[in-house]
Design a protein around this ligand. Structure first.
Ligand code: TXA
Ligand code: MG
Length: 304
């Protein structure tokens, strides 16, 4: 299959409508998307990613009205959704539109992205787009055009020629279909941010940490090299991401702050693998509200 790489929104919509899969940037990470109303097209995504069939896809919509058409959103959550969306957050809700592709759950995850490019595709095509992060299951998510092309050229029909993702980590996922509300995956929108609107929200991530032992059965976001927190290291075949320059690192990214950490983490993992680096070191993130989201991804990479 020959991949078209361009900024042609009309062509992207054409591919979606005829049941193809496209790759595009979002403000969180790059996505691999198909028409949510086309089951066969959505199933192709699972093959491309080698994704377990019971892992549901997030449905992306252009605005609040469409969200309301496909899922049940209680009035009490209108202010929350209007405050955080469009943006890097997905809501798990009861499904209203039964023609939307899903696994055997009664719920769907829905997100209104803020990425201009992605919104243009949603608006022009006027269809909801089911899209997981663009990566082979278990591998780090893709955040740059170069990595999108390296992984998926000639495997998908279209790659949007877009920019590096601004946030760099996947969206925050919260469930709103039953009480108490739960945070299922932390992201740029944090537990603290959500508490203001949802005082009862439960941090499922925290409780899971206690129940699950290290080295849990799921492998996530992992490069081939061995990931660990930074410690003094005498070898040379290592890479480093953190706040202070290291002398011998074969590859390193020096960060300004935790937002910069989010933005660079996955591309750091992918570049480390491309260089065949054995030891991949991550400095402990700074103490602020973003720390837990970064730690969540690093700990998953360590526990592979
Ligand atoms: O930032 C993002 O969310 C990116 C971009 C492309 O929008 N997408 C993304 O999708 O990260 P994915 O499939 O890699 O992660 C979606 C997460 C998975 O952990 C999935 O299990 C969960 O959301 N999820 C989706 N629908 C769900 C549902 N109905 N109930 C519970 N969890 C759900
Ligand atoms: Mg993913």
């Amino acid at each position: 299959m020959k991949t078209i790489i361009s900024k042609d929104i009309e062509f992207a919509s054409f591919i979606l409508k005829k049941g193809g899969v496209i790759l595009f940037p979002t403000e969180t990470v790059w996505g691999l998307g198909a028409n949510s109303h086309n089951n066969e097209a959505c199933k192709k995504i699972y093959q491309l990613k080698n994704r377990p069939v019971d892992n549901p896809l997030i449905v992306h919509v252009k605005n609040f009205e469409t969200l309301n058409q496909i899922a049940f959103l209680k009035n009490e959550y209108f202010d929350l959704v209007k405050n955080f969306s469009p943006g890097p957050i997905s809501y798990v809700l009861n499904k209203k539109d039964q023609t939307i592709f899903s696994t055997n759950l009664d719920t769907i995850g829905v997100r209104i992205p803020s990425s201009k490019e992605f919104l243009s595709i949603l608006e022009f095509s006027n269809i909801p787009i089911s899209a997981p992060s663009a990566n082979i299951s278990g591998k780090p998510s893709i955040t740059t055009l170069a990595h999108a092309i390296e992984e998926f050229e000639n495997k998908v029909e279209f790659i949007y020629e877009g920019e590096t993702s601004e946030v760099g980590l996947e969206s925050t996922v919260i469930s709103l279909f039953e009480k108490p509300e739960q945070i299922l995956r932390p992201g740029k929108i944090t537990f603290e941010d959500l508490k203001i609107y949802l005082p009862e929200i439960v941090n499922t991530m925290e409780s899971e940490k206690k129940v699950l032992s290290p080295g849990t059965k799921y492998r996530h976001y992992s490069p081939n090299g061995k990931v660990g927190f930074w410690k003094n290291f005498s070898g040379e075949n290592y890479s480093y991401i953190g706040f202070t320059k290291k002398e011998n690192a074969k590859y390193q990214i020096i960060l300004k702050d935790n937002l910069d950490y989010m933005k660079n983490l996955y591309s750091f993992f992918i570049e480390s693998d491309k260089l065949g680096i054995q030891d991949i070191f991550c400095e402990y993130p700074r103490e602020d509200k973003y720390k837990d989201s970064i730690l969540n991804r690093i700990e998953k990479a360590i526990s592979k």
